[in-house]
Design a protein around this ligand. Structure first.
Ligand code: C2O
Ligand code: CU
Ligand code: CU
Length: 627
């Protein structure tokens, strides 16, 4: 008998009004249906015929971590243990809330027994790994507190750095924010032959931003503002530590960088102007290193960097920074942030909206700040040189694709509280014709801003029956104006504030909160006039989105810009790496990205979504079905 209680059943119960009260008297026909629908969703128990090379126990639970001086912080945390196989399959990051690094080799067969000891449902997704659909951590495979799910898959990826994190629908952002994430290092022979810096000279750097209250507890906001723009902290942590300092020797290092933030985009650069040497991206090594003045890193993306500290004096320091750039957030918001910058803090508790905005204000996305310090503590003479040739792989060409003239569209449409792909919010079992992809094909995919144009109407916004009242989202004009008038020094804000709250007010009127907490566009919005209005809103709301496609990594074919965003684009463009294999790509305002993605080996459903996790939870997520 199955011990799982997938959320599809719960969702069904919510829809049918059975609720939790109905659980005890669960009709048997529903059980039978459940058995049927969960068939092929992967083993919840181990399959004895799967001969694992590595077996791990992975647990998610509430715990405490020492992040700031003083009181420990309550977190959610993964811990892992090697049951059989190489001991270095699990590498602890001492004292961190981050999950340990998992380390596998290409070709290894892995069994991971995941136990959910959280007070809520969860499921683990292996971001970047090419695994069967039922092993991918689909939201509908979520397990309840106390339940166990066994994953069994073979490592098909080449060497690279990937991520494990939760993927329960509408809970991903919160669970990641509270600490559930870790790195997965895949090793292979091609990489090992290069003799890249290893051991203590290979440093993982997981970059995240967080916000704490005066008791050192995490603060997470879910106001309309936070959800529309993405939640940003006011403090950057690396590997779960605040004010990180790395003691290094005078030699070359390999930095394995991952953006584990919910929404924050970084523009990485060295404080002394040393160029950034990029060895690899999401899907592993490039053919040869690329040297850039700076490099962009959006949520879900990874970078493999080379940094040589040779010639630096004992005790000297180098800072890894994020430089100023534009385009991450809607223009209107960026303008307001500029207006507010320089103003004293002084907004008390309470203003939910205001709090969120001040979060952006205290460490604005796109401003300049330090991420980590590297301190030279040892002078040594041995060193290695950066290889000029790193890897060889097949470059996909447009003529290799099954659909060179009909790209699969991923149209991003942006509106307050409503971030959609192809005009539709995420829904289970809502695969559109263009989302059905034949197995073992290479497909051309085109990501663009739809702005309510024809791309958006291609998949019309779903019309949900507005049976519940139109519950408005909190955090609109009132909190804002109170905040503004409470402090005479904030005078200059009133203009911007009015603008912003006006916008927010507009949008609350344009949507309603469905009973399941999902923001749904009001029906009628997708008809003529409504669309035009949405289109205008889309332009105003245009922001950057890291778009992530599950399954195999893709190659970027082209990036192009249209509209009047060229000025902002100038501030990021040299930091966008288009070579190599990617699974997450940062779509800037006004941009169109064409990519070629293989859909090989496994049939079934694979998600694609914005990796701004608040956007993902808002429903900026869809799925492909590989047939
Ligand atoms: Cu890293 Cu579907 O996510
Ligand atoms: Cu993923
Ligand atoms: Cu997004």
């Amino acid at each position: 008998m199955s011990h799982s209680f997938p959320s599809s059943r719960r969702r069904f119960m919510q829809l049918t009004g059975l609720g939790m009260a109905g659980a005890a008297s669960f009709p048997s026909w529903l059980d039978a249906m459940e058995m049927k629908s969960s068939k092929g969703r992967g083993a919840v128990k181990a399959d004895p015929s799967f001969k694992a090379d590595v077996e791990l126990d992975l647990v998610a639970r509430s715990s405490q971590a020492q992040i700031l001086p003083g009181k420990p912080t309550g977190v959610f945390s993964y811990s892992a243990k090697v049951m059989t196989g190489p001991k270095d399959s699990v590498i602890e990051i001492p004292g961190s809330y981050l999950g340990p690094l998992l380390q596998f080799r290409t070709g290894q067969k892995v069994r991971i027994q995941f136990k959910n000891e959280l007070p809520e449902e969860s499921i683990v997704h292996w971001h970047g790994l090419h695994v069967p659909a039922e092993q991918d951590g689909h939201p509908s495979d979520s397990i309840l507190p106390g339940e166990v799910r066994v994953y069994e898959f073979e490592i098909k990826n080449r060497a690279g750095l990937h991520i494990y994190h939760p993927h329960s629908h509408e809970r991903t952002a919160t669970q990641v924010y509270y600490g559930l994430a870790g790195g997965i290092l895949i090793r292979d022979a091609e990489e090992e032959k290069l003799g890249l810096p290893a051991g203590e000279f290979e440093l993982p750097l997981v970059i995240q931003d967080r916000r704490f209250d005066e008791n050192n507890q995490l603060v997470y906001g879910r106001t309309l503002h936070d959800r529309t723009l993405g939640f940003a902290g006011n403090r950057v942590l690396v590997n779960g530590k605040s004010d990180p300092v790395f003691d290094v020797s005078t030699r070359a290092y390999r930095l394995r960088v991952m953006n584990g933030s919910n929404s924050r985009i970084y523009k990485l650069a060295w404080s002394d102007g040393t160029a950034i040497s990029v060895l690899g991206v999401d899907g592993g090594l490039l053919e040869s290193p690329e040297i850039r003045p700076y490099v962009m890193l959006a949520p879900g993306e990874r970078l493999d960097l080379w940094m040589d500290f040779t010639g630096r004096g004992l005790g000297s320091e180098l800072v890894l920074k994020s430089l100023a750039f534009k385009g991450a957030l809607p223009k209107m918001h960026e303008a307001m942030m500029a207006k507010m910058s320089g103003m004293a803090h002084g907004v008390g508790e309470g203003g939910g909206m205001m709090g969120g905005m001040m979060g952006h204000h205290e460490l604005p996305i796109g401003s300049e700040y330090a991420i980590a310090r590297f301190r030279i503590t040892r002078v040594i003479s041995e060193n290695t040189r950066m290889p000029t040739q790193l890897s060889r792989y097949r470059t996909y060409r447009l003529s290799d694709t099954a659909n060179p003239d009909h790209p699969i569209p991923i149209g991003v449409s942006e509106g307050p509280g409503s971030m959609l792909l192809n005009g539709r919010p995420y829904a289970f079992d809502d695969i559109q014709p263009f989302e059905r992809v034949p197995l073992n094909t290479l497909q051309l995919v085109e990501i663009s801003h739809a702005h309510g144009g024809h791309e958006a109407s291609q998949g019309k916004a779903s019309q949900t029956d507005a049976k519940e009242g139109h519950e408005m989202e909190a955090g609109s004009s009132s909190g804002m104006n109170q905040g503004a008038s409470a402090d005479p020094g904030m005078k200059g804000m009133q203009h911007g504030g009015g603008m912003m709250s006006g916008m927010m007010g507009n949008m609350s009127g344009m949507k309603h909160e469905a009973s399941d907490g999902k923001a749904q566009p009001l029906s009628g919005m997708d008809h003529g006039g409504g669309m035009g209005m949405m289109g205008g809103m889309g332009m105003m709301m245009s922001m950057a989105h890291p778009i992530h496609l599950h399954g195999q990594q893709f190659q970027v074919l082209s990036r192009s810009l249209s509209g009047d965003d060229a000025g902002d684009y100038e501030t990021v463009k040299e930091g966008l790496i288009t070579s190599g294999f990617k699974d997450t790509v940062l779509l800037m305002p006004g941009e169109k990205i064409r990519l070629i993605k293989p859909f090989e080996d496994f049939r079934g459903r694979f998600m694609y979504h914005c990796h701004n996790l608040e956007h993902e939870d808002l429903g900026m997520m869809r799925e492909f079905e590989i047939l």
